[in-house]
Design a protein around this ligand. Structure first.
Ligand code: SAM
Length: 282
């Protein structure tokens, strides 16, 4: 477990993931009934972008740094507001130095009845995350393999929820593990909304991944991808999300948000985006 999210916090991939996570939370809140967010690979929750680690890569500068500077069209600003307002709230003096990871962002958007269960396997990171939420009765942090939580922690007792699966993709078969994990989770909690993150880079087995997902007996699966540059130079050139049981409004929202995210964070003229149903709706 060498992965440390501090090197990547606030990058273009975080922006897509967190913008969508915020949309999912806001949608859940259209009903008064409580829901739970299960964050299977939670990280440390709050990132200091002025730290040596974040400064070393400077990835956030081409992610949240660019988006915060962008002039957002009037029809997109309200869609990104829950996410961007949370970032602003952490940085009341202007320049961004603190960036919310997924558990912190979800928690910032919660009402009193909403709950978070966050898994983090790295002992140091889990300790940091636990300290961040110390005494917070709406949050439960567990040092556990997130893949196991898809069995052990589902269904949530609220029977409504969002499951974010955001592994570090350090091991080769992570795409396959994601398909298996989703199949297992949906057998236990078929009505949950799932958001699975995956990297896009040269040679990534995306077609196989999508085919394997399509073969699952899951009726509604939306795919949203944002590439910020050509994949020729190697490294992370884009990222994708699979959203199972998305809010019925999400696809239209993605069609508005993706071009704006692309324009704000594009690194070359090969930047692109797409959003389509892997299964269902069309
Ligand atoms: N979801 C976070 C966010 O959006 O702010 C970022 C998570 S980061 C991509 C992945 C995290 O998963 C790392 O903090 C890593 O230590 C942790 N991790 C790695 N393997 C894990 C496992 N099997 N179960 C739970 N956490 C794991």
């Amino acid at each position: 477990m060498n992965y440390r999210h501090i090197y990547h916090a606030g990058n273009f991939a975080d922006v897509l993931k967190h913008a969508v996570l915020a949309r999912l939370v806001v949608y859940m809140q259209q009903k008064d009934k409580a829901f739970r967010v299960l964050d299977t690979h939670a990280g440390i929750g709050l990132y200091d972008l002025s730290s040596d680690e974040a400064q070393k890569t400077g990835e956030w500068l081409t992610g949240i740094g660019k988006l915060m500077e962008a002039d957002l069209p009037a029809n997109v600003a309200p869609l990104l507001a829950p996410y961007l307002d949370a970032v602003r709230e952490l940085n009341p003096d202007g320049p961004i130095t603190l960036y919310p990871g997924s558990p912190k962002l979800a928690r910032m958007l919660f009402r009193p009845q909403d709950r978070l269960s966050a898994m983090e396997l790295h002992p140091d990171d889990c300790r940091t995350l636990s300290r961040l939420f110390e005494g917070d009765y709406q949050v439960r942090i567990t040092e556990l393999d997130g893949w196991l939580s898809l069995g052990a922690h589902l269904p949530p007792k609220e029977k409504r929820g969002i499951v974010l699966v955001d592994p570090p993709f350090e091991v080769e078969n992570e795409y396959e593990r994601m398909v298996d994990g989703l199949a297992k989770a949906c057998r236990r909690f078929a009505t949950g909304t799932y958001c699975l993150w995956y990297p896009i880079k040269k040679g990534a087995p995306l077609a196989e991944f999508h085919e394997a997902l399509k073969a699952l007996d899951i009726p509604k699966m939306l795919c949203a991808e944002l590439n910020v540059r050509s994949d020729r130079e190697g490294g992370l050139s884009g990222s994708g999300l699979i959203i199972v049981n998305p809010p019925f409004t999400l696809k239209d929202e993605m069609h508005l948000m993706l071009p704006v995210l692309k324009q704000a964070m594009a690194q070359d003229r090969y930047a692109s985006h797409r959003c389509f149903w892997l299964r269902g709706e069309d």
